[in-house]
Design a protein around this ligand. Structure first.
Ligand code: MV4
Length: 457
């Protein structure tokens, strides 16, 4: 097992990784930017190294800085958390070259899944259900038109290097196709340096459902069930839950087994998430694979009792998965609310000093945060300040607990999205489990709707 792990991240997820290391008896190294000198992850790590100025590009995204910090402190492994360098095949390769273990999948698998068109081909071959789509990047506008006419409009043009909703264009008629392809290519080139795009049949109001997997270096893969992530805005998830209210036990088993087979086909190791869209008939279609720990992993931990971060560390150290599929059980229901320092109506960021910070607790409530009273929320980073995760024997109990925990939370000094969450938790469609990726349109002010994906696409 590792003796010392460097955490290449900040905020609540750096704290989450420190917690796992402490329980495993592993020493920790925090890296931090000048803006995070007084952060809790620096306080609770055994060692800390400042790696640069506040801007992420000069600190948390700086591969030489992170590697140097690991070398100087003698860390055996690097946990990248989510965001930042978590899906950098390059960091994983540099780690390999430096004999530092990267806590994540093999760089080859990260690279494969990072190319959304290659990933699509590989996962189709491995048996996952797909929407009709091009088998590679669009070669010419004529071919694209022929293909789109054959599968029927609407279609969606997606950047091969995209993912998470960046670089997409919905096309509703043949006349718009050429322009959409050219615009998408230009945007993709500017954003990712790779102009390639591919085409898929477009689903208008699907659910977003994702499956958590763990794979070890001995060929074992298990799935930990699904998460319902339809409640999002501009590709930022706001609330997630497990299980999805839309799935039957039989569907869960079938989807989970398909994902396990697909993960085995690419020798997937460590934690991963397979994203699907579900249509109104309950059919699933593979979208992409996230080769990292995800923000919403706690809902899965609460319903399975499995500590995903500890599993990640054990897997990276070469140990076997602590459970077989038959030993994975799903109990009760968990919901996560992402508390962001934002205006709850306009979603405009609200950084600043928090004078009072006290999250509701009690039975069935978990709070993952690095915030505290008398702390400062920096404008340089993501606006998420805490995750409140509720657990109950059933969905109703999880909802009731979440409501009272939010009502009994006090955050003074910055605006938060807590009032928005309370509105959602009282919405009849939410309560009935009726949701799609368009759910938040009803909660979005008209002035904000223009740039939203629903409008753009
Ligand atoms: C789609 C789609 C409809 N049809 N693909 C957005 C993020 C990326 N992971 C895939 N995305 C979508 N792909 C087809 N063929 C609709 C979306 C989508 C979406 C997906 C998941 C969660 C929220 C979303 C919001 C808008 C669009």
């Amino acid at each position: 097992m590792f003796k010392k792990i460097l955490i290449a991240n900040r905020g609540e997820i750096a704290m989450r990784i420190i917690i796992a290391c402490r329980e495993l008896g592993i020493k920790t190294v925090a890296v931090y930017s000048e803006a995070d000198e007084n952060s809790l992850h620096v306080r609770f790590a055994d060692e800390d190294v400042c790696i640069g100025p506040p801007r992420s590009s000069e600190s948390y995204l700086n591969v030489p800085g992170v590697i140097s910090a690991a070398e100087i402190t003698g860390a055996d492994a690097i946990h990248p958390g989510y965001g930042f360098l978590s899906e950098s095949a390059y960091l994983a390769e540099v780690c390999e070259a430096c004999h530092i273990r990267f806590i994540g999948p093999d760089p080859k698998v990260i690279r494969l899944m990072g190319d959304k068109s290659r990933a699509r081909r590989a996962m189709k071959k491995a048996g996952l259900p797909m929407l009709p789509g091009t088998d590679g990047p669009v070669e010419s506008e004529e071919d694209a038109l022929k293909f789109s006419n054959a599968i029927g409009f609407p279609v969606i043009v997606k950047a091969v290097a995209g993912g998470g909703g960046r670089g997409m264009r919905v096309v509703r008629s043949a006349q718009e196709l050429g322009h959409a392809i050219r615009t998408a290519q230009r945007e993709a080139e500017a954003a990712f340096g790779v102009p390639d795009v591919y085409i898929e049949k477009y689903l208008d109001s699907p659910r977003h459902i994702e499956v958590q997997v763990l794979g070890d270096h001995h060929g074992a893969v298990v799935h930990l069930g699904e998460r319902e992530c339809s409640i999002q805005r501009r590709h930022q998830k706001l609330m997630e839950e497990s299980p999805s209210p839309a799935l039957t036990e039989k569907q869960r088993r079938k989807l989970g087994n398909m994902v396990v087979d697909a993960a085995k086909a690419v020798q997937y190791s460590n934690a991963g998430t397979f994203e699907f869209l579900m249509d109104e008939h309950g059919k699933f279609y593979f979208m992409e694979t996230n080769t990292r720990l995800q923000v919403e992993h706690p809902v899965t931990e609460l319903v399975t009792g499995i500590d995903i971060v500890k599993e990640q560390i054990r897997i990276a150290a070469g140990e076997r998965l602590s459970v077989r599929q038959g030993e994975v059980t799903f109990n009760g229901h968990a919901i996560e609310c992402r508390v962001n320092a934002e205006d709850p109506d306009t979603f405009v960021p609200s950084p600043g000093h928090i004078s009072v910070f006290s999250m509701g607790g009690g039975p069935g409530i978990r709070v993952d945060t690095a915030a505290h009273s008398d702390c400062t929320i920096s404008p340089y980073y993501d606006s998420m300040i805490a995750k409140i995760i509720s657990y109950g024997r059933d969905r109703h109990e999880a909802i009731v607990r979440m409501r009272r925990a939010l009502e009994m939370s006090v955050v003074e000094g910055v605006k938060t999205t807590i009032p928005m969450h309370l509105k959602i938790l009282n919405d009849p469609d939410f309560l009935a489990g009726r949701m799609s990726t368009r759910f938040m349109e009803r909660f979005t002010p008209p002035s904000e709707k223009k740039g939203s994906l629903a409008e753009a696409v």
